[in-house]
Design a protein. Structure first.
Length: 372
C-alpha cells in the first residue's frame, strides 16, 4: 500500500493543484504533497518496514542545526510579540516533510518499486508535455500563470520554472525507444519556447552529466562543444537573455541585512519576512545557497555542502543506469538552485527529494544484499 502511495504522490504532483483549486498553484500543489505524505506516513503503522542498513550523518546533523537555529529565533520572536511566528516555523515544517519522505523511502522502497514509479512518472510527464502544447495553442481552460494570464506555464505557474522542471526530469527519458526520443524532442522544444536561460543551461548540463557518467566520451565531448556553442550564440545574439533580473542588487541588499548573523543565520523563513522591495516584493533570494547562508549561516551552508559531497561520493561507489538517472536529476536540481528558488516550490523540490532519497534507498538495498 505504501508503494502505491508513493506512486500516486509522485505521478500526481504535476496535477495536484486540480484537487485544491481554491488555492494558488504553488500552495495547492504543496497541500497535495503534504496530504499525500501524511497518508503514506499513517500507512507505515500498518506495514512493516525494511531493515535499514545505511547511515546519513550529514543529513542528521544538518537537520539538527536547522531545527536549533529556527527554534531559537522562533522563541525570541514569540517572547517579543507574544504571537506564534508561523513564517519562521512553517519553512522548517516543510523541510521536515523532506526528512519524512527520505525515511519512508528508505524503509519501504526498493529497486523494483523505484523503477515502477519512474516508469509511470514518465507517462505523467508525457501528459504534461501534451498539456503544454495545448497551452501554447491557447486551448487550456484549467491553468493560468501566476500573473493571471493564459500562457505557457505548464502546471507550475511560471514559464521559467516550467523550463527548469523539464530540464531536471529529462533523464527519465534517457533510454532507447521511439517514445523516449520523441518525448525528449518535445520536452526540449517546450524548454526553448519558454525562453528560460536557467532552463536551457541546466538542461544542457544535466544531459552532459549523464553522458560523462555513462563514460560515453565521444558523445560527451561533442555534447560539451555543442552546449558551449549554443550558449555562446544565445549570449551574443540575444544579449538580454542572460541577465541577473535584479538578483545582484537583491543579494547586496540582503547581505547588509544578514551580515551581523553571517555565521549562525536568523532561522529558516527569515529571508521572506524581511520585506525586501526591489521592483516588487522579493520573498526568495533566487539562489538557494545564498538564502540558506542568510537563514542558517555559514555553518548551515557548510553542512549542506557536506550533505551534497556525501551524496555524490556515495553515488560514485555504485553506478548503474538507474543510479545515474537519479543522480543526474539531483545534479540538475542542485544546479538550478543557483538561479531560482526551486527548493521552495513543491513540484520542483519533489524531484530533488526523489533524486536524493531514492539513491540512498538503492544503496541501502545493496548493503542488505552484501550482508546475506
Amino acid at each position: 500500500m505504501i508503494f502505491k502511495g508513493f506512486l500516486i504522490l509522485l505521478c500526481g504532483m504535476p496535477w495536484g493543484h486540480l484537487l485544491f483549486r481554491k488555492a494558488d498553484i504553488w500552495h495547492g500543489t504543496g497541500h497535495f504533497f503534504q496530504v499525500g505524505l501524511l497518508i503514506i506516513f499513517c500507512l507505515s503503522f500498518l506495514e512493516k518496514p525494511r531493515y535499514v542498513q545505511i547511515l546519513n550523518k550529514p543529513l542528521g546533523i544538518f537537520t539538527l542545526w536547522a531545527g536549533l537555529v529556527t527554534s531559537y529565533w522562533w522563541f525570541v520572536l514569540f517572547t517579543k510579540a507574544q504571537q506564534y511566528p508561523l513564517k519562521i516555523f512553517l519553512p522548517f515544517f516543510n523541510f521536515l516533510c523532506f526528512v519524512w519522505f527520505y525515511k519512508l523511502s528508505i524503509e519501504y522502497l526498493d529497486k523494483e518499486k523505484i523503477e515502477k514509479i519512474l516508469k509511470w512518472f514518465r507517462y505523467s510527464i508525457l501528459l504534461l508535455l501534451f498539456y503544454c502544447v495545448l497551452q501554447y495553442l491557447r486551448l487550456d481552460e484549467f491553468f493560468n500563470g501566476m500573473s493571471g494570464h493564459d500562457e505557457l506555464v505548464g502546471t507550475i505557474g511560471n514559464a521559467s520554472h516550467l523550463a527548469g522542471y523539464l530540464a531536471i526530469v529529462q533523464p527519465i527519458y534517457f533510454k532507447k525507444g521511439l517514445i523516449n526520443i520523441l518525448s525528449l524532442a518535445l520536452l526540449w522544444l517546450i524548454i526553448l519556447i519558454a525562453g528560460s536561460a536557467s532552463g536551457i543551461v541546466v538542461g544542457l548540463a544535466v544531459a552532459l552529466f549523464w553522458l560523462f557518467m555513462q563514460k560515453d566520451k565521444i558523445w560527451a565531448l561533442l555534447g560539451s562543444i555543442s552546449a558551449f556553442g549554443i550558449i555562446t550564440f544565445i549570449g551574443i545574439k540575444y544579449s538580454q537573455f542572460f541577465t541577473s533580473s535584479h538578483r545582484i542588487e537583491l543579494w547586496q541588499l540582503a547581505f547588509k541585512t544578514f551580515k551581523n548573523h553571517l555565521i549562525t543565520g536568523l532561522g529558516l523563513g527569515s529571508f521572506g519576512v524581511q520585506n525586501f522591495q526591489l521592483g516588487g516584493h522579493w520573498r526568495h533570494a533566487h539562489n538557494e545557497y545564498f538564502q540558506l547562508s542568510a537563514e542558517l549561516g555559514l555553518v548551515g551552508l557548510v553542512l549542506l555542502i557536506w550533505c551534497l559531497r556525501e551524496y555524490f561520493r556515495m553515488f560514485r561507489t555504485f553506478k548503474t543506469d538507474l543510479t545515474i538517472k537519479l543522480a543526474s536529476m539531483f545534479f540538475g536540481f542542485c544546479l538550478l538552485s543557483m538561479f531560482t528558488f526551486n527548493a521552495h516550490l513543491w513540484m520542483l523540490s519533489s524531484i530533488g527529494m526523489t533524486g536524493y532519497s531514492f539513491l540512498y534507498c538503492l544503496k541501502n538495498e545493496e548493503n542488505l544484499e552484501n550482508q546475506t
